[in-house]
Design a protein around this ligand. Structure first.
Ligand SMILES: [Mg+2]
Length: 340
């Protein structure tokens, strides 16, 4: 089973409402879809959205990156191609798109259904959080109330650099919505001083974690914040690869890590990180960017396969789509994700 062709398309899925974080605002999920076709007629898809603010990649660079390496795989075997792919130095999202298509093809080559290929035994529903976009405190409170009414009670709350606003929103949600589980995400918007101030001023608030308070490169501050905080600190933008994860964990810079396919370079690399996390007993979030259905499928298989180490699941893209695409292998019932 050798690779015969690799083709690319650009896809777009409309969102119900715009998605806003400290770093960006978007109205559609846009992504590159790659199809890998083999000489026996079998094929699989991979996808990568542009998240310039996080990985530095645009749709154009993802396309160019994939086109620049695709010649290396034509006529080659799947496992060999996977190895070759991870020796290239293309962007992590471009790599993730190719990696997941190759990974899915490995399952086809072994003639295994994906559930079996991923060693998934426990198929009880898993729960995703839902994002509350950055906005005025009133709008965020209304959005959070609506999420709870719709039975989405795990809230990923996006906060920005205005620390007074961040404290106000946290106090408001924690006080008025006691049944919500709050996951606070600062997306690198604070510095050490602001972070410590935020933690002091929200001591009375019930929250599960604070995600990436300071810039990705500032591991020193991240460590100081983790030491000072009673709330677990989660590293997101600071950890792309397994080596990053080891650096953060071994130096006690954070309590938890956020794994995303687009940061680590795809399923095969995410599996390596999750195996490490399982061995070292590090609790994880399995996150995503705003992504298309095939890359969300890939992440959901992982979420089921590693439910013992994945404490929080941030795979709410399909909840934000205007309509659910048929390519999803799973159904979303409020915040629960089940096999179709
Ligand atoms: Mg994050």
């Amino acid at each position: 089973m050798n690779i015969a062709a690799i083709t690319l398309t650009q896809e777009k899925i409309a969102l119900k409402t715009p998605f806003v974080t400290a770093l960006r605002e978007v109205r559609d999920v846009e992504f590159i879809r790659v199809k890998i076709l083999c000489d026996d007629g079998s094929f699989a898809y991979g996808e990568a959205p542009a998240t310039k603010a996080v990985t530095g990649e645009t749709l154009e660079s993802i396309r160019e990156n994939i086109l620049s390496v695709k010649g290396l795989f034509i006529g080659k075997e799947i496992a060999v191609s996977l190895e070759t792919l991870h020796q290239t130095n293309i962007g992590s999202s471009a790599k993730a798109a190719l990696d997941m298509a190759l990974f899915f093809l490995l399952a086809k080559q072994k003639k295994k259904p994906l559930q079996e290929f991923f060693h998934i035994k426990d198929t009880r529903a898993i729960k995703t959080d839902i994002t509350i976009s950055l906005g005025s405190a009133e709008v965020m409170f209304e959005d959070a109330k609506r999420a709870l009414r719709e039975q989405n009670n795990i809230l990923k709350v996006k906060l920005g650099s205005d620390i007074a606003h961040a404290i106000e929103v946290t106090q408001l949600l924690s006080r008025k919505l006691p049944h919500a589980t709050l996951l606070i995400d600062a997306n690198q918007a604070w510095n050490l001083k602001k972070s410590l101030y935020y933690l002091r001023e929200t001591q009375n608030c019930a929250m599960e974690l604070v995600e990436q308070p300071v810039s990705a490169a500032d591991l020193e501050s991240l460590k100081k914040i983790s030491e000072a905080s009673r709330v677990p600190i989660l590293a997101d933008e600071a950890v792309f690869t397994l080596q990053d994860v080891k650096d953060v964990v071994q130096n006690s810079c954070a309590d938890m890590i956020n794994i995303k396919l687009m940061k680590c370079g795809g399923l095969s690399k995410a599996v390596e990180i999750l195996e490490y996390a399982r061995k070292e007993k590090i609790s994880c979030m399995l996150g995503s960017m705003l992504e298309g259905p095939y890359s969300i499928n890939a992440a959901i298989y992982l979420a089921f396969a590693y439910r013992d180490v994945i404490q929080f699941i941030d795979l709410d893209s399909p909840l934000l789509y205007k309509e659910l695409p048929h390519e999803l292998d799973f159904v979303y019932e409020t915040n629960e994700i089940r096999f179709k």
